[in-house]
Design a protein around this ligand. Structure first.
Ligand code: NAP
Length: 319
């Protein structure tokens, strides 16, 4: 897989990144540790070098699984993790980082991201300057190599940039969730900040496997995803019906089409979550899909069947 630069850093990332929220188990259903490890190893074998996790995914469980799966490949992979919004005071950031290093069984984190802006999920409104100072100190100590942010609005991103080198923004971004197109995306492009798109298959919706009457297993958080609500779900199915012939014509899956659309954007990588090896292997193949200008335009228009009816709320879930 041809690697891409990560913002203004010397780190190279794969255009398809393996997401490991699933490996944390919490908020998902039917996740098995051995399958998670198998998924991560299969992703690596298929050319994915970059892995995304967070301290909050299963309270460190996802990080531990990532650490186990990749320990013998540490020098060949890029590990991105995140500090949650309840740990943004100076000492908390340092403690969280040390805990993540332990969980990941590593000496350094390649990309350390602020998961949600200060004040999110009942967290304290710690001044960004304080959090950024802690991150700068961790970088000076070589505990982390680069700093990124996630779920930041454009103005929050600009504030963070004033305090240090932000190499990436991790927002929700898929064919069905495109709010960044009008603000953060052009800003990031102009300022060489890489977009790490999360839920790039709209949490599985863009694989086309969830039919009109789908219900999730108990414990699966996705029933709270706004795209699965009845007011949008019908249009989602309509759009999928229009995407299917394009994917079929290229002999690829709908999921691969969705990922290829994301990574066709310059300066953008797609984080693809997977619960098993088969999904991870399939997702990696999206990196070699080429979409023509005509195909991209057609796909763009189809996505709007869904996105034209979404409001400005940047959060994908009704928590
Ligand atoms: N920064 C943030 O706040 C944030 C938020 C969300 C996600 N993320 C990151 O982004 C990653 C990806 O986002 P996501 O997991 O929400 O959404 P996603 O990648 O769009 O969807 C993942 C789901 O899609 C299905 N899937 C994946 N590959 C498939 C395949 N080849 N065939 C069939 N189904 C497939 C699986 O559903 P089933 O489980 O039903 O099989 C999987 O759980 C996460 O793991 C996490 O690392 C970050």
């Amino acid at each position: 897989m041809k690697l891409r630069a990560l913002g203004k850093s010397d780190i190279k990332i794969s255009p398809v990144i393996m997401g490991t929220w699933q490996a944390g188990k919490e908020m998902w259903a039917g996740i098995d540790d051995n399958e998670s490890i198998g998924a991560i190893k299969a992703a690596y074998d298929a050319g994915i070098t970059t892995f995304d996790t967070a301290e909050v995914y299963g309270n460190g469980h996802s990080e531990k699984i990532v650490g186990k799966a990749l320990h013998d490949k540490r020098g060949d992979v890029v590990i991105a993790t995140k500090v949650f919004s309840n740990h943004l005071a100076y000492k908390q950031v340092v403690n969280s980082c040390h805990q993540s290093l332990k969980n990941l069984n590593t000496e350094y984190i390649d990309l350390y991201q602020i998961h949600w802006p200060p004040g999110s999920f009942g967290g304290k409104h710690v001044p960004l300057e304080e959090t950024m100072k802690a991150l700068a100190d961790l970088k000076a100590q070589e505990k982390i190599r680069a700093v990124g942010v996630s779920n930041f609005s454009l103005s929050q991103l600009k504030e963070a940039v004033a305090y240090g080198n932000i190499v990436s923004l991790q927002p929700p971004f898929s064919l069905f969730w495109r709010q960044i197109e009008t603000d953060s995306l052009p800003y990031c492009l102009e300022n060489n900040i890489t977009i790490l798109a999360y839920s790039s298959m709209a949490q599985g919706l863009l694989t086309g496997k969830f039919g009109p009457n789908h219900t999730f297993a108990k414990g699966d958080h996705r029933f709270k995803n706004r795209l699965f609500q009845p007011e949008h779900y019908k249009r989602v199915q309509l759009a999928l019906d229009q995407l299917r012939p394009i994917a079929d014509g290229k002999n690829i899956t709908l999921g691969q089409l969705a990922l290829a659309w994301v990574i066709s954007h310059p300066g953008t990588a797609a984080i693809a979550g997977a619960r098993n090896a088969e999904q991870a292997t399939q997702n990696a193949k999206a990196a070699s899909v080429r979409l023509s200008a005509e195909e991209l335009q057609a796909i763009n228009e189809i996505g709007k069947v869904v996105t034209d009816h979404l409001d400005d709320d940047p959060v994908m879930w009704k928590w």
